[in-house]
Design a protein around this ligand. Structure first.
Ligand code: URA
Length: 428
């Protein structure tokens, strides 16, 4: 078998065999296939796509290129494809643990304009995300939930291929995304996985149609590998809550955990908890909604989050005292130039401003405090001069261009708008 022939076969849009895919993945992982050849192969896949069978073989080869974790305990995992003000993990993990559902979660850091769970957990100083599997398992058994970063080499072939995709305009391919995400998920130990596949301006999948295709494919791959995998397809055109940026998002998560919030983040988190509770227990409990409210309002959910943070070596003071969360040096107001109802808040445009803030050359310890706090939501009525959002920043340089970028992030009209559906589809 030679790589040249495999590239040529894919170039003509033909289906590759399991052996050919294995040859490509293993050869590239071992350095026997050059970057030039692999780039060409990836571009052929991006143009001609892959059959479900090919995508499954690709996933399996990447999964088997590294360690696979066996937790020896039934646990759930939830994976978001990346969103804006998407802090569901910090909310669902402690609530599910209070319901005796074990949550074993391997999370990542920020990717592009989207936020990362590990960065948010590190707001609680001392939080250790880099644990070995044994310690991960111990916390899971004792506390009921644990969120770690990917310390062992899960799917190293994916890591290598992903870096090349990033340089060769081949990220944007449904079979390549599906196999990349699923190779890590299938290697990571949880027996029940819920994928939150997002679409819209604040997501990597811009259209609902593509998100549904991707979600169906990932669920199918999971099943082919013998795991219980489900997917929600959710709208990510508008930020899920008012805070965007590490500290601002932690504040929102704590608000939801107190049972006080009615934000999209609260609605989505509760839907995820209900869904995973039913799948884990095999029980359809008509009182589950009420139980979740009780767990939040009694303070149990926050206590569980504090317990998990402490067990990971972090300082949990902020959980009960969010007013002590660190603050940015400056708070700059962005005001409305017109009066009317807020029709749209563009998740991508807001997230790009936060990304610029984060990339600014400032003192490291204050970095997580940079972000945006929205002062309005969809259908809020605003008057000329009223604050639309607060910018939390540690430097005033570049502020004018950020304020300019924000101009087009808010759409204000004379009449109210009909809110879009948040959870578009559930794929089982
Ligand atoms: N996240 C991944 O892990 N892989 C992709 O290809 C895209 C997003």
């Amino acid at each position: 078998m030679i790589m040249y022939d495999i590239i040529e076969k894919k170039r003509y849009g033909k289906e590759l065999t399991k052996e050919e895919i294995s040859f490509v993945v293993n050869g590239y992982n071992l350095g026997q296939i050059t970057d030039a050849q692999m780039s060409s192969f990836l571009m052929a896949v991006t143009i001609h796509s892959m059959t479900d069978k090919e995508t499954y073989y690709l996933t399996k080869c990447m999964k088997n290129s590294g360690e696979t974790i066996d937790l020896g305990i039934k646990a759930v995992d939830k994976h978001s494809t990346g969103g804006v003000s998407d802090t569901t993990t910090l909310i669902i993990a402690p609530i599910l643990a209070c319901l005796n559902v074990k949550v074993a979660k391997m999370s990542g850091r920020s990717l592009g304009f989207t936020g990362g769970t590990i960065d948010k957990l590190e707001v609680f100083s001392g939080y250790q995300a880099d644990l070995d599997v044994k310690e991960f398992e111990n916390i899971l058994k004792e506390v009921g939930c644990s969120i770690v970063s990917q310390s062992v080499e899960l799917a190293p072939a994916d890591k290598k291929i992903y870096q090349l995709r990033d340089q060769t305009a081949t990220v944007d391919s449904i079979p390549l995304i599906a196999s990349s995400v699923m190779s890590k998920k299938l290697a990571s130990g949880a027996s029940i996985i819920l994928l939150d596949v997002k679409y819209g301006s604040g997501a990597f999948m811009k259209t609902k149609k593509d998100a549904i295709t991707l979600a169906k494919l990932m669920v199918k791959i999971g099943k082919m590998d013998g795991k219980e995998v489900y997917a929600f397809v959710t709208n990510m055109n508008v930020p899920l809550d008012r805070g965007i940026g590490c500290v601002d998002e932690v504040r929102c998560a704590l608000d939801v955990l107190s049972g006080r919030s009615t934000s999209k983040l609260a609605i989505l988190s509760k839907a995820i908890v209900k869904f995973l509770y039913e799948k884990y227990t095999n029980v359809k409990d008509k009182n589950i909604g009420q139980k979740i409210e009780e767990i939040m309002q009694s303070g149990m959910a926050k206590e569980k989050l504090a317990e998990m943070i402490e067990r990971h070596g972090g300082n949990s003071t902020y959980v009960m005292k969010p007013e002590l969360l660190p603050k940015s040096k400056y708070t700059v107001e962005f005001v409305s130039k017109t009066s009317g109802y807020v029709h749209h808040i563009d998740a991508y445009k807001i997230a790009k401003v936060v990304q610029h803030l984060k990339n600014m050359n400032i003192a490291n310890e204050l970095k997580p405090t940079q972000g945006i706090r929205l002062n309005v939501e969809i259908n809020s009525y605003v008057r000329h001069g009223q604050v639309l959002c607060y910018i939390h920043t540690n430097s005033k340089s570049g502020l004018d261009s950020m304020l300019q970028e924000l101009e087009s992030a808010f759409e204000i009209k004379k009449t109210k708008t009909k809110e879009k559906k948040l959870i578009e589809k559930v794929i089982e």
